[in-house]
Design a protein around this ligand. Structure first.
Ligand SMILES: Cc1cc2nc3c(=O)[nH]c(=O)nc-3n(C[C@H](O)[C@H](O)[C@H](O)COP(=O)(O)O)c2cc1C
Length: 168
């Protein structure tokens, strides 16, 4: 019998962030809130990509760290999923960092085999929309069918569960 369970792979950072026009300390990252909605609705397995070197809790420092990691492609992670072969559908969740996904997510995705998979990206941002992320996913996850992204403004996710339900 086929295992039809889906998988959520996501990155998200709590702490100080730019939120609705000002900086604010968040207990939980915006993308994580959306990932949990998707898990609730679909009963998917879930995997959070965690940086080996934590980003600064301060927003302005985090911004420059993220820029550097994207530029150098140097972003090791604590651990990764080794095998995604039993999943047909994979939800990939990410914030927008400088128009792209955080480099740690690139580190996680680039070693996985997405041939024949369906990918459903979900993206949170604070103004730039999905930016380059769908193109990045298509480039990294070769052989996958990448569907349209769910794109949410990070500061609205707490009231966005109905939008997520509708998208699923
Ligand atoms: C390092 C960094 C870079 C960001 N770059 C962008 C950006 O280029 N465009 C944008 O709209 N928002 C940007 N943001 C805002 C985040 O994408 C947004 O707050 C997102 O919801 C954060 O998700 P998270 O809480 O799950 O980490 C950035 C935030 C950080 C911390």
């Amino acid at each position: 019998m086929n295992n039809t369970k889906s998988l959520i792979i996501y990155f998200s950072r709590a702490d100080e962030n730019y939120f609705d026009g000002k900086t604010k300390d968040l207990d939980k990252g915006n993308t994580e809130i959306v990932a949990e909605y998707i898990k609730d609705i679909t009963d998917s397995d879930i995997f959070k990509v965690e940086p080996l070197v934590e980003y600064s809790k301060e927003y302005t420092k985090c911004i420059s760290e993220a820029k550097e990691r994207i530029k150098t492609h140097d972003a090791p992670i604590k651990s990764n999923i080794s095998d995604i072969s039993s999943y047909d559908t994979i939800y990939i969740g990410t914030p927008v960092y400088w128009g792209k996904m955080p480099e740690e997510l690139v580190t996680a995705l680039k070693v996985l085999n997405f041939e024949g998979k369906t990918i459903r990206p979900f993206i949170t941002h604070e103004g730039s929309g999905e930016a380059e992320i769908p193109a990045q996913i298509k480039e990294i996850c070769q052989g996958a069918n990448v569907l349209d992204s769910l794109v949410l403004v990070g500061s609205t996710v707490k009231s966005s569960k109905p939008i997520v339900e509708n998208w699923i």
